[in-house]
Write a protein that binds this ligand. Structure first.
Ligand SMILES: NC(=O)c1ccc[n+]([C@@H]2O[C@H](COP(=O)([O-])OP(=O)(O)OC[C@H]3O[C@@H](n4cnc5c(N)ncnc54)[C@H](O)[C@@H]3O)[C@@H](O)[C@H]2O)c1
Length: 371
């Protein structure tokens, strides 16, 4: 019998569903060091959270996260709430000596992110940030090629994250368009992912230029006729300089018509290039200098030798978005078993937040800003 690991999850909508699926599946597919127990899911609307608990397979539901994070029988607090609630929940969970697992971006501000990091450190907690795209097998093959030197010295990182869900001016002013709840718009939501991938694959960012733009400055509140301002960016652009001399660009937008969840990066080095597109998650494009007729080739990242794939299906039987979350909770459990801090963690969250903060400052100043 494996030791049980009791999970409490706060938030039950999009990420609540994705994380519930991950906790539910992980031990059915992988040989896990623990048996995760979906103990309690927490939200503010009793009827809705009860329904979520039944549907996703949680033993209990609750409506007060302060009580939940202090429960003696809880080992891991998994934070799937809007950004404004990350810091208070994470700090309380750390003070209760729990393992703290938090959705990205770590917080709404750099200051909050630093408070969260200080709390997990001073309470000696294990902590992890959910930048799940790091755990797509194709991204890890790119990482291996880079680390082995097969791409050579890196010159360029070109990242974009494009969506189109708020182009319609009648789309309501939901929480993601309200700074007090989300911290920022495309910047925190989308740039945070592509900045994380750039740090993971290329290295630390030292300086940025930035441009944030809000195209529609007022929208109707949900289920209302009242208007409210949009005080976050609809699109965020940045030029970046890495400490190692590489340079890059990041573009994120929720106004890129036709693009639904188009996260793409391309990395060019002295010996080759790699490129990844989330909408073709099983594939890694790569170019390795091989002579005059060589061009980009595609690796189908579904061989048993590829990261995580051995536990899944035979070669060519593709995996999807939800698997990146399953891989993430697997690695969190492995880290807990080995009593180490996994990556990305709250330290990465603070570094990521420094990048977001610098892009915001650069957009205001019009200058290059240090990270
Ligand atoms: N890793 C990814 O790919 C990814 C994708 C989408 C969202 N996210 C992140 O996940 C987080 C949640 O986003 P979402 O899309 O699931 O949002 P959502 O609107 O679908 O769900 C937010 C949840 O937070 C809950 N919540 C908010 N304040 C709360 C409080 N004080 N107490 C208890 N519950 C509270 C809401 O009830 C809801 O269940 C955000 O930080 C977001 O940036 C990550």
């Amino acid at each position: 019998m494996k030791k049980k690991l009791n999970i409490a999850m706060i938030g039950y909508q999009f990420m609540g569903r994705a994380h519930s699926n991950a906790w539910r599946q992980v031990s059915k597919i992988f040989d896990c060091p623990f048996e995760p127990v979906m103990k309690v899911i927490c939200g503010r609307d009793e009827a809705a959270v009860k329904q979520a608990a039944e549907r996703y397979g949680w033993e209990e539901h609750a409506t007060n996260w302060q009580d939940v994070v202090r429960r003696k029988d809880i080992d891991v607090v998994d934070i799937c709430t809007t950004g404004d609630a990350h810091m208070p929940i994470a700090v309380a969970a750390a003070e209760a000596k729990k393992v703290v697992f938090c959705e990205k971006p770590l917080a709404n501000t750099l200051e909050e992110a630093q408070q969260m990091l200080a709390a997990v450190k001073s309470n000696a907690c294990i902590h992890m940030l959910c930048h799940n795209y790091r755990r797509a097998p194709a991204v890890l093959i790119a990482k291996r090629l880079i680390d082995e030197g097969q791409i050579g010295e890196i010159y360029h990182y070109r990242g974009s994250y494009l969506q189109d869900w708020i182009v319609d001016p009648d789309f309501p002013r939901v929480w993601r368009l309200e700074k007090a709840r989300s911290g920022s718009g495309a910047l925190g939501d989308l740039v945070s992912h592509t900045a994380d991938l750039s740090r993971f694959l290329v290295g630390e960012i030292s300086e940025v230029a930035g441009l944030l733009k809000t195209f529609i400055a007022e929208r109707t509140l949900p289920n209302s006729t009242a208007k409210a301002p949009v005080d976050v960016d609809d699109a965020a652009l940045s030029l970046i300089k890495f400490e190692n001399g590489a340079i890059g660009t990041i573009e994120a937008s929720r106004f890129a018509l036709g693009h639904k969840n188009h996260l793409r990066f391309e990395i060019n080095g002295s010996k080759g290039s790699v490129a990844f597109d989330l909408e073709r998650l099983n594939e890694l494009e790569h170019y390795l200098e091989e002579g005059p007729n060589s061009g980009f080739k595609t690796i189908l990242a579904t061989d048993s030798t590829h990261p995580y794939i051995d536990a899944w299906w035979p070669p060519g039987h593709i995996i999807g978005y939800e698997h990146t979350f399953i891989h993430t909770v697997l690695d969190l459990m492995r880290a807990i078993a080995e009593e180490r801090i996994p990556t990305p963690n709250f330290e990465d969250g603070v570094r990521n937040q420094r990048v977001l903060d610098a892009i915001e400052r650069a957009s205001i100043s019009g200058n290059w800003e240090p990270v």
